[in-house]
Design a protein around this ligand. Structure first.
Ligand code: ADP
Ligand code: TYD
Length: 201
């Protein structure tokens, strides 16, 4: 039987990595065979593309070029990591997936959404079984994200207005895909948030 495919989405610094790790640990504690992955990345080739898209000047790539790079990374991740794991009956938890492209490339700098959707159906064609969207105050999330000093701040460097647009993008996406998306209030302690997400185990 194919495994479950679960994604975490939300703006930068909203707690996706923290909560996806905790959810993976919870499922493992229940005996579920889980792989925890992330995008961009999750396979050797996709990790190399990650470096290209997340570092350097904010204007390094146009939104169109970025869309192609993220889609190339996702295709490699899907072929090499996600699909083999699901076929083997493992549960895949992924920190970001196609919804990030819909929101970041599709709805922030010009309206590229039609191109995002066309590329997705041509090259990816898979949706998660469950998507947990962590919604929170963009100002606080941005402070948290930048405080990490990860060196991967190209998107954080677009500023607060950009993060606000993203937040609304994720909320409207949740309305478009009500069967698989749940919105979780991220303006709480990590324990409170994890407790609510545990209901989806
Ligand atoms: P994301 O993956 O969405 O960018 P992270 O999980 O990396 O977010 O969290 C960003 C930062 O905020 C990290 O330093 C993390 O330890 C911290 N953090 C995560 N969740 C919370 C929370 N609920 N309250 C306060 N700080 C948090
Ligand atoms: P991530 O490492 O999850 O960043 P953060 O921890 O700050 O949330 O993701 C890296 C950045 O890449 C993030 O700013 C969102 C962006 N991104 C896109 O623009 N499009 C995409 O398709 C994906 C997967 C990520």
């Amino acid at each position: 039987m194919a495994g479950r495919f679960i994604t975490f989405e939300g703006i930068d610094g909203s707690g996706k990595s923290t909560q996806s790790r905790r959810f993976a640990d919870l499922l493992r504690g229940q005996g579920v065979d889980v792989i925890l992955s992330r995008e961009p990345g999750g396979s050797a080739g996709a990790e190399q593309i990650r470096e290209l898209v997340l570092t350097g000047d904010p204007d390094r790539w146009s939104a169109e070029t970025e869309l192609l790079l993220f889609t190339a990374a996702r295709r490699d991740h899907l072929e090499k990591t996600i699909e083999p794991a699901l076929a083997a009956g493992r549960t895949v938890i992924c920190d970001r997936f196609a919804d990030s492209t819909r929101v970041y490339q599709g709805a922030t700098r010009g309206d590229l959404r039609a191109k995002v959707d066309a590329l997705h159906s041509l090259m990816i064609g898979r949706e998660p079984d469950l998507t947990i969207i962590i919604d929170m105050d963009p100002g606080i999330a941005l402070e948290r994200g930048l405080a990490r000093k990860s060196g991967e701040d190209r998107f954080e460097d677009f500023g607060l207005g950009f993060q606000e647009t993203l937040r609304h993008g994720f909320l409207s996406l949740a309305k478009s895909y009500p069967d698989r998306c749940v919105v979780i209030d991220g303006n709480r302690t990590a324990d409170q948030i994890a407790c609510e997400i545990a209901a989806y185990a």
